[in-house]
Design a protein around this ligand. Structure first.
Ligand code: GLN
Length: 493
């Protein structure tokens, strides 16, 4: 691994501008790292040649003084973002052969800022999962291993290709999407930072829909500042997304201080759940100490409907998914399976049976069931009401504090295959991340320490709507005090 691949985005920006290295050298080093990391199965589609061409163009723009803020920065794109002329799969067979003729708003903004994509990163099929094992293109293997073990671990999910690629120094940062934790949990598992902004900050236009009222784009990167730098480029109003927020995008990176004087941080008592790693509980208290040291006042708060968040999410998200995924019918794009002499309905059935994997089918079945005439009131409508109570809990807590501190996930990364047999055990991963998603709040995971096996653990900061600045500052305060996460040994080379 060359020195160029371990740097922060900020250091890359400085090096490119001082002429310490060129964009072609920087991107070339990352392409070499990506080629060496193929055993991790990070990319579904590689665009290394286009990246090298873009790097040469970035060098010209840098020389001419016309370069954007992220010119020459090597990134990866979760393969849920539509990219013009580049195959887009959502890690599903149902999109076989789909090459969009348009570019998602978020990736268009990153391109306009000069960022250079190395390709489309692996994920759980349609972003449904917590371990990147539901991908039709095979699981991602985490670059991280437990101390003294060579067992393969999951990178988290659904943005598992993103978290693993950033942790393995294959890209400087990556886009992710988070519906119930898919940026924060994989960031925690891989010892990196990840932010999901307020619902509506980043346009969903051109992002393949999972659960539209929850889906939100964000960033995975190796530092809080790098997350801020990328998010500044990605966020912003887009009239093509009716839920896009028409709010100014602050210069988050420039305003970062890590100074929390005058801020109150709440510790929600309901987040102390059974089955939580004992070390994680200590780390959570340590995190509160770090924030106190940064000037914050720590208060205990209550979020009474926390236990209802997971069942609520696993009604609302599948309901919306079953509706969103109705469009994959073999007619308009992607896979088409026509049984011999079959009718139109036979084609729909055969296409969907062949195209969707087991987890996606499970979600479609649950979603269709909870929306069906006889069960709508008992499940979907009830879940919508409980969702409102969960949002109210947060609003009441934020009357007493400015930010919340919680763990990101109940445990560190688990071995590949360990939780596949039991969907409920898999869903329990999301217990700390789902409530803020249901409430649409900005939330971030920051590396805070390790478990007894030496695996990374993250702490989560949750803020008021549009207070990404507060979330980033508190995460920065933890980052300044926590031990720096170890760079993974490149055992895959
Ligand atoms: N793990 C959760 C799920 O499977 C969250 C996924 C996500 O945020 N995209 O639905």
């Amino acid at each position: 691994m060359s020195d160029l691949t371990g740097m922060s985005v900020a250091a890359m920006q400085a090096g490119l501008r001082s002429g310490a290295f060129s964009a072609a050298e920087l991107v070339g080093a990352h392409v070499a790292a990506a080629e060496a990391a193929r055993p991790l199965n990070l990319f579904i589609t590689e665009t290394f040649e286009a990246a090298m061409e873009a790097a040469r163009a970035a060098d010209q723009a840098l020389a001419a003084g016309t370069a954007g803020p992220l010119a020459g920065i090597p990134i990866g794109i979760k393969d849920l973002f539509a990219t013009r002329g580049v195959r887009t799969t959502a890690a599903s067979r149902i999109l076989d052969g789909f090459t969009p003729t348009y570019e998602s708003h978020v990736t268009a903004r990153l391109q306009a800022a000069g960022a250079i994509s190395l390709g489309k990163l692996n994920l759980d099929e349609f972003a449904m999962g917590s371990s990147n094992e539901t991908s039709a293109f095979g699981p991602v293997v985490s670059p991280i291993r437990a101390a003294g073990s060579d067992a393969a671990l999951v990178p988290g999910g659904s943005s598992g290709g993103s978290s693993a690629a950033v942790a393995a120094r294959v890209v400087a940062a990556a886009t992710g999407t988070d519906t119930g934790g898919s940026i924060r949990q994989p960031a925690a598992f891989c010892g990196i930072a990840g932010i999901k902004p307020t619902y509506g900050r980043c346009s969903r236009w051109g992002i393949i829909a999972f659960a539209s009222s929850l889906d939100q784009a964000g960033v995975l990167a190796r530092s809080v500042t790098d997350c801020a730098l990328l998010l500044e480029a990605m966020a912003g109003f887009d009239p093509r997304d009716s839920t896009s927020l028409d709010a100014p995008v602050p210069a988050w990176s420039a305003a970062l201080t890590g100074d929390l004087r005058g801020r109150r941080v709440g510790i929600p008592r309901e987040y102390r759940v059974d089955g939580m790693d004992a070390g994680l509980d200590r780390l959570w208290q340590q995190g509160a100490e770090w924030l106190r040291d940064a000037g914050a006042e720590i208060v205990e708060v209550s979020l009474p409907h926390t236990a209802q968040a997971l069942p609520t999410y696993y009604i609302v998200a599948p309901a919306e998914a079953s509706s969103n995924l109705a469009r994959y019918d073999g007619v308009r794009y992607g896979l088409r399976v026509v049984p011999d002499g079959g009718s139109l309905a036979d084609m729909y059935e055969a296409t969907r049976a062949a195209g969707f994997g087991p987890e996606v089918r499970r979600r479609i079945m649950i979603g269709t069931y909870v929306l069906s005439a006889g069960y709508y009131d008992a499940y979907y409508l009830k879940a919508q009401k409980v969702r409102a109570l969960i949002a109210r809990d947060f609003a009441e807590a934020f009357a007493r504090c400015d930010l919340l501190l919680t763990p990101t996930a109940p445990t560190g990364a688990f071995p590949l295959g360990a939780r596949n047999a039991d969907p409920i055990a898999m869903y329990l991963n999301d217990v700390f991340t789902v409530p803020s998603s249901l409430a649409g709040l900005p939330a971030m995971s920051v590396p805070a320490g390790t478990d007894s096996a030496g695996l990374p653990l993250g702490l989560q900061l949750i803020g008021r709507p549009l207070d990404e600045a507060g979330v980033l500052d508190a995460a920065r305060a933890i980052e300044q005090r926590a031990p720096a996460p170890a760079t993974p040994e490149p055992w895959w080379r």
